[in-house]
Ligand binder design. Structure first.
Ligand SMILES: Nc1ncnc2c1ncn2[C@@H]1O[C@H](COP(=O)(O)OP(=O)(O)OP(=O)(O)O)[C@@H](O)[C@H]1O
Ligand SMILES: [Mg+2]
Length: 250
């Protein structure tokens, strides 16, 4: 099977004042369609930088990012923006919902911004389907302030997957949540993968969260230090990953 996403010898150097930070120092990887991959590693190891390059939010200093066979890292800005809108979904630590809009309107917003009419039945069906996946169909008319934090992040997940992106990227999606709510969010990300075949790339500090992935890439100093294959979550416990990470000093 052709990988859905590939990185080829990616480097990223940030200029910072007079100096520079070599955030990524040669990363190559491939993600298969329907796979759930997690990036872990200490603070500053380059996880967010890698996610931004893979999702086309920033450009590498050298190397290539290939999404569904298309090299996105060398695209012009507006071409890259279009591809990102069509092919990727993002969930961040901050939920980034529009306060004045209901949950349903927040999920529909990307479609409206892309030019669909509010009454478009296809949009409506996709929005409702995404809200159902995160079990929020009964609360679709509530505004973010009328929802718990975990529910707000579930709206953000619904918004990210409603357009059926090739890849869903999530950068520390549980960072603002208490432990139990964080696990709930992981369950929904996992569900999008297990039930929908959604390809998911997750960045996390938390071994319990990483254990939802099929495979963990452990980064240090801008390189992949170790790859830990786990297999499907439903078929393995979290413990072996937690023990392996402990050996890596996590
Ligand atoms: N815009 C930037 N300008 C300069 N340096 C940056 C920039 N973004 C990140 N860096 C540096 O690049 C390195 C990698 O940062 P990155 O944010 O990718 O790490 P991370 O693994 O996501 O860390 P964390 O776990 O704290 O989120 C760090 O040394 C960071 O200080
Ligand atoms: Mg980060």
């Amino acid at each position: 099977m052709r990988p859905i996403l590939e990185a080829r010898d990616l480097t990223k150097t940030y200029r910072a004042g007079d100096g520079e930070v070599r955030a990524l120092q040669g990363i190559s990887l491939a993600v298969e369609p329907g796979e759930f991959v997690a990036f872990m590693g200490p603070s500053g190891s380059g996880k967010t930088t890698l996610l931004q390059l893979l999702g086309g939010l920033d450009r590498p200093t050298s190397g290539e990012v290939v999404l569904e066979g298309v090299t996105i890292s060398s695209m012009h800005d507006d071409e890259a923006t279009r591809l990102r809108r069509d092919k990727t979904g993002f969930v961040f630590q901050a939920f980034n919902l529009v306060p004045l809009l209901s949950a349903r309107e927040n999920v529909a917003l990307p479609f409206l911004l892309a030019g669909s009419g509010p009454g478009d039945p296809d949009v409506r069906a996709r929005v409702d389907d995404a809200l159902r996946l995160v079990d929020l169909d009964a609360k679709a008319d509530r505004r973010p302030s009328e929802l718990a934090f975990g529910e707000q992040q579930r709206v953000a997940i619904a918004r990210a997957i409603a357009g059926r992106p090739a890849i869903l990227f999530a950068d520390e999606p549980t960072g603002n949540l208490d432990y139990a709510t964080g696990i709930e969010i992981l369950e929904y990300l996992y569900r999008s993968c297990a039930e929908r075949g959604q390809t998911v790339v997750l960045v996390t500090h938390d071994a319990q969260a990483g254990a939802y992935a099929d495979r963990v890439l452990f980064l240090r100093d801008g390189r992949v230090l170790e790859e830990i294959g786990l297999g499907r979550r439903s078929e393995h416990p979290a413990r072996p990953l937690i023990e392996r990470l402990a050996l890596l000093g996590q």
